[in-house]
Ligand binder design. Structure first.
Ligand code: NAP
Length: 249
């Protein structure tokens, strides 16, 4: 029970990494608010938590809308009395280079992946302050640490999330709010399913990771579990790669 009595919001928890994190956090004693634009998937995530006799609630929230992120935090505090942890996992992929990328797609990608983190943190920080501190965990990416081809908006958004994390860690240390990010390699979720269409493509992608495979959502959730728990009480401002060695070379 590494998160006993903690209350956590997990955005993007209808699917993939967010969903695995919600399940693992609940198993470790946290009360969970699943926030997502995907109502059906979000309710299934919560049903999965309830089936185990654990605590969770769903709220529809589009992280690009300030009113929605505020409602997400208000819902959490009204229901569970406080907010200890937010995991910002809502995100989208976008594969195009600058000259081929429509400006509106650029804004959409930055809107979800970067402004979504900003607005979720903006709503969460006052509640955490009131609670005497908290832990913010942003989902960046290996592409928040190194560049990549044909993903202009995505690499820009994730590079910004990594450095936003560092800046916030400095701004809120005196409030005992720790801010860290996780930088996953390729993880087997619906987000990468479009890229990996057959075993050859899987192996090609897997071979870019020294461990020669893609990661599993739970392997990222365990990193979030450490950063959310008091075990990491002296850890803030880090960008933690969980990437099968991708960024080691
Ligand atoms: P995923 O399975 O697609 O889950 C993301 C969830 O976020 C989906 O339920 C999605 O809903 C939701 N979402 C999208 N836009 C939203 C919005 N505006 N407001 C609220 N929710 C929204 O993705 P994932 O693979 O778990 O990725 C989670 C995070 O990890 C993302 O930030 C991603 O960039 C990052 N990451 C993933 C990988 C990877 O290989 N999977 C690697 C590095 C970093 P819809 O399905 O309806 O869009």
């Amino acid at each position: 029970m590494r998160l006993k009595d903690k209350v956590a919001i997990i955005t993007g928890a209808a699917s993939g990494i967010g969903k695995a994190t919600a399940r693992l956090f609940a198993e470790h004693g946290a009360k969970i608010v699943v926030a997502d634009i995907d109502v059906e998937g979000g309710e299934l995530s919560v049903a999965d938590i309830h089936d185990k006799g654990l605590h969770g609630s769903f709220i529809h929230a589009d992280v690009t809308i300030q009113e929605n992120t505020q409602q997400m935090v208000d819902h959490t505090v009204n229901l569970y009395g406080k907010l200890d942890i937010i995991v910002n996992s809502a995100g989208i992929a976008m594969r195009l280079p600058v000259d081929e990328l429509p400006e509106e797609d650029w804004h959409h990608c930055l809107g979800v992946n970067l402004t979504g983190v900003f607005l979720s943190c903006k709503a969460a920080i006052p509640a955490m302050r009131k609670n005497g501190g908290g832990s913010i965990i942003n989902l960046s990416s290996i592409y928040g640490l190194v560049g990549a081809e044909v993903r202009a908006a995505y690499v820009a958004s994730k590079g910004a999330v990594t450095n936003l994390t560092r800046g916030m860690a400095l701004d809120y240390a005196e409030d005992n709010i720790r801010v860290n990010c996780i930088c996953p390699g390729f993880i087997e979720t619906p987000l990468v399913a479009g890229v990996v269409k057959n075993p050859d493509e899987y192996q090609k992608l897997a071979n870019r990771h020294p461990l020669r495979r893609l990661g599993q959502p739970t392997e990222i959730a365990y990193g979030a579990l450490y950063l959310g728990s008091d075990e990491s009480a002296f850890v803030t401002g880090i960008a933690l790669p969980i990437d099968g060695g991708y960024t080691a070379g």
